[in-house]
Design a protein around this ligand. Structure first.
Ligand code: ZN
Ligand code: FE
Length: 252
């Protein structure tokens, strides 16, 4: 069984380590020292790196890591200078580990953002957050919505591993959109309890995100009505509601 553990780095990033107790593939190594300390404490050696996109908090640790461990880097072409550039649909054999992941192209946050899915685990970088989603920095909202719609097609039991611990702030906003959603209220109580004891709120199942994440609920009447009321105009469900909810969150 693939073991997946979070290595907290920087202010609120997680590096996800996929490992078997001996070798680890690291996702989005934004800063090297905490990763090196984590590896050393466990006697685990890195065997590969996956990169979702080129932002510094996801690739900043690459030079120092590769200096110590010259392992293959899989990712989009920009920023990370990957030794193995990836494209949508690629099936990657994880170096040193008996598992594979599939590449899903998810532009929107950046033009060349990718996600990795395998063994029931999704590594979604800054595309999908628990009860939130990435900002559309380089893509427009319809592009990001199309990418999130692709992630929505994965099985509900898929464990979602986001690159940031943004859940509590996202819950504040999600409850503004859907104050009467009981699944959201339950997730709020649970996530606050986890953070009080310093635990990650991640991973979270995709099924749970479908019940609680307003950005994955833009096809539903509750979110469409809330966004229409906020903007003061009648919105169509789907991409139009998504653009309005994304703009609403950007105001806060
Ligand atoms: Zn980013
Ligand atoms: Fe980030």
């Amino acid at each position: 069984m693939m073991i997946v553990e979070a290595i907290p780095i920087l202010a609120d990033n997680y590096v996800w380590a996929l490992h078997d107790g001996r070798s680890a593939v690291l996702v989005d190594p934004g800063d090297a020292p905490p990763i090196l300390a984590w590896l050393e404490a466990r006697g685990i050696v890195p065997s590969g790196i996956l990169v979702t996109h080129h932002h510094w908090d996801h690739v900043g640790g690459l030079p120092a890591l590769l200096d110590r461990f010259p392992v293959p880097v899989f990712g989009p072409t920009r920023g990370a200078a990957p030794s193995r550039p990836v494209a949508d649909g690629d099936i990657l054999d994880l170096p040193g580990l008996p598992w594979q992941v599939r590449v899903i192209d998810t532009p929107g946050h950046t033009r060349d953002h990718v996600c990795f899915v395998g063994e029931g685990h999704l590594f979604c970088g800054d595309t999908l957050f628990s009860c939130g989603c990435g900002r559309a920095f380089e893509g427009d909202p319809p592009t990001l919505y199309a990418s999130l719609s692709r992630l929505m097609e994965l099985p509900g039991e898929t464990q979602v591993h986001c690159a940031h611990e943004y859940t509590l702030a996202n819950l504040d906003f999600a409850l503004d959109v859907e104050p009467d959603n009981p699944a959201l209220q339950a997730r709020d109580r649970e996530a606050r309890a986890l953070r009080r004891t310093g635990q990650p709120t991640l991973p979270v199942s995709l099924a749970r995100e479908r019940e609680t994440n307003p950005f994955l609920r833009c096809h539903l009447e509750s979110v469409r009505v809330a966004a229409s009321q906020h903007t003061g105009r009648a919105l169509a469900p789907g991409a139009q509601t998504f653009a309005a909810v994304r703009a609403w969150k950007d105001e806060e």
